[in-house]
Design a protein around this ligand. Structure first.
Ligand code: G6P
Length: 628
């Protein structure tokens, strides 16, 4: 989604804004812009040129510069920000929702005479109505965006009191928003407000910041506050004030970010994705080890007693994207280990399907960012219905983390690449821990079984390391298939869930059409698509299903498919069928998803690399989908 940065302080703002936007480019990257309150800059000539993808506007005390394309265009245009004077400004990188990617539709948007400039992340759902109403009142709209409605509304309500104008806007706007706002007659001041879209403030000796996410300002400060929902913030060079929607000042607490900027830098790797793949052993270790003591799983942080856990009669899991695949894996794992039935829904479906759920259902929302709009809405729906919601979340202090009744953090650290890898692996680890804890609370597994599982879980990081040591085999194979048109993944049971993730990873970053099927379903339609040379990846780690999967592989091979087998060491009969086989270390079958996903991630990475694509920033995608 879009990324927002703002700075007011003692230094020139534009270079800081561009720097921050660069760290947020993962959120969206079709255009970018900055608005800077140029000290004493009022009265320069208008230069409204939308030609050549670049755009500069002057004429009020707010200078706005926008460019279509990647941030580097805006950098070049402003000499890395140096050519835009002023120490207070806001910036934005856009991922288009309303209106095509263009200079005109790029943020910041502004009201007449640029009395107000606005950057926005989210979707204003009633923007059409606002637009119609304001048009009748004489406001003229220049762009196709929903954001422009917010700029005009603020202009309409502003009569010298920004907090009042913003709170009036909050009463009229439906949807989600994080807004960064400059008022031309309030030099040195930034205003911000958020509803259901993430926004943080940071403070430092040099000045104060707003940002969509921590990496944008980590170079300057670790002292941040996650702005609570529906609060307004006023920032000056030295002060930060919070207000509720009734315009009353409220106190908020700041927290210290304890991870390093380095964690958000590439550190010698060609791409964030590869770096994050390599960080998986550490991320899994960091997620598992604090929850284990003397062979037992400790779930105290959930704030649920053993009795409460034992009472859980059903689990409803909701998530989007890869996190949804984690839920698919969790279903098998939890049902086997704790004998609790698990239903899995896409958050975008769950939120509207008026679910029928039993009284003692535990709702689990899985999300890396903790800000995915559909997952957040699903959480709220479940809470409204009176269910206990547990969030499995990576970003500390994110909306889902704050609104869930219990939180179980995955300690993956910041994940920058759009295609998730290490967060996925830590989510798997988190559901294993929950499954074991639940299994014990319910008396389904005994102490010995728990200890065995815990020991094996602790060995997963070193097994992932071993897979990474063999990455050249996958790289070699991937190069052969980087020009494929279609690639299929098949698996059964847990391996079906892993196939879904392998297929998603591949299509996200390589743009190759790919589908994953429960292997037994192939012959009910999909097998008609198999023809000469098509790559079919068969994932087979479950002993009881191994022969079945082998039969499915034979079926596709006999129809011309080229078959890649992914299985555990020891299952050497795979080679009787597969044209090429990748082995992962042996583990307990219930943990196999954590190992097979690694070669599938590497396959996707190297196929995309072979096609010369921008692995970390695939087209049309955003890391954190904070709009519906
Ligand atoms: C986006 C990302 C996916 C991610 C999904 C859910 O689509 O590109 O990688 O799995 O959102 O995100 P979340 O932050 O809720 O895990």
């Amino acid at each position: 989604m879009c990324g927002i940065v703002g700075f007011t302080g003692r230094q020139q703002a534009a270079p800081i804004l561009l720097d921050g936007l660069e760290k947020l480019e993962y959120r969206g990257y079709d255009s970018a812009g900055i608005a800077v309150a140029a000290a004493g800059g009022a009265g320069t000539q208008d230069k409204p040129s939308a030609q050549s993808g670049l755009h500069t506007e002057k004429g009020s005390s707010i200078e706005i510069v926008k460019a279509k394309g990647r941030l580097k265009v805006l950098r070049e245009m402003t000499d890395d920000g140096r050519s835009v004077p002023g120490t207070c400004g806001i910036g934005h990188t856009r991922w288009a929702t309303h209106g095509e990617p263009s200079v005109l539709n790029a943020h910041p948007h502004y009201a007449k005479d640029r009395r107000v400039a606005v950057v926005h992340n989210g979707i204003i759902e009633n923007y059409q109505q606002i637009r119609e109403k304001l048009t009748k009142e004489g406001f003229s709209f220049l762009t196709a965006t929903d954001t422009e409605a917010a700029a005009h509304l603020l202009d309409k309500y502003y009569s010298g009191n920004p907090i009042e104008a913003i709170s009036k806007l909050m009463f009229h706007v439906r949807g989600s928003y994080a807004l960064g706002i400059l008022f031309a007659d309030r030099p040195g001041e930034i205003y911000a407000v958020r509803k259901d879209s993430p926004l943080i403030v940071g403070r430092s000796e040099q000045g104060n910041f707003i940002a969509s996410d921590v990496p944008a300002i980590l170079k300057y400060t670790r002292d941040v506050c996650f702005i609570p929902n529906l609060e307004i913030v006023k920032l000056t060079e030295t002060e930060i004030h919070f207000y509720n929607v009734d315009q009353e000042e409220v106190e908020e607490t700041f927290s210290q970010i304890n991870w390093d900027t380095e964690a958000a830098e590439k550190g010698g790797f060609a791409h964030f994705m590869l770096k994050e793949i390599y960080e998986q052993p550490k991320a899994v270790r960091d997620t598992v080890s604090p929850r284990i003591s003397e062979g037992h799983v400790n779930l105290d942080e959930l704030g649920m007693s053993r009795e409460e856990l034992a009472k859980v009669s059903r689990i409803q899991m909701v998530a989007c994207g890869s996190a949804y695949h984690v839920c698919m894996t969790a279903k098998y794992m939890i049902e086997q280990t704790a004998r609790v039935p698990v239903d899995v829904d896409l958050a975008s479906e769950f939120r509207y399907r008026n679910p029928v759920m039993e009284k003692d259902t535990l709702v689990i929302v899985v999300s890396q960012s903790g800000e995915t709009a559909d997952s957040l809405a699903a959480l709220r729906e479940a809470k409204k219905l009176g269910y206990h919601v547990l969030g499995i979340v990576n970003v500390v202090g994110s909306s889902i983390a704050r609104e869930a009744d219990s939180v179980f953090y995955t300690w993956a650290g910041p994940e920058i690449s759009v295609a998730t890898t290490k967060a996925y692996s830590t989510q798997l680890a988190a559901v294993y821990l929950l499954a074991i804890g639940l299994g014990r609370a319910k008396g389904v597994i005994d102490e010995i079984a728990e200890t065995e599982m815990v020991e094996e879980l602790s060995r997963l990081p070193e097994k992932i390391e071993r897979i990474l040591e063999e990455k050249e085999r996958i790289q070699w194979f991937a190069n052969k298939f980087s020009h494929s048109k279609d690639i299929f993944f098949i698996g059964r049971g847990l391996d079906y869930a892993s196939s879904l993730e392998g297929s998603l990873k591949l299509k996200e970053i390589s743009y190759i059409h790919s589908e994953a099927y429960a292997a037994g379903e192939l012959k009910h339609g999909t097998i008609s698509l198999i023809e000469d040379g098509i790559l079919v990846v068969g994932v087979a780690t479950q002993k009881s299903l191994f022969e079945k999967l082998i039969s499915n592989m034979v079926e596709v091979k006999s129809r011309g498919a080229y078959v890649l087998g992914v299985t555990s060491y020891g299952n050497y009969s795979m080679e009787d069928v597969a044209n090429y086989t990748i082995y992962v270390p042996k583990t307990m079958e219930c943990f196999a998803a954590s190992l097979v996903v690694v070669p599938l991630q590497l396959l996707a990475y190297y196929v995309a690399l072979g096609k010369g694509l921008d692995v970390d920033k695939p087209r049309n995608l955003a890391k954190s989908v904070t709009v519906e």
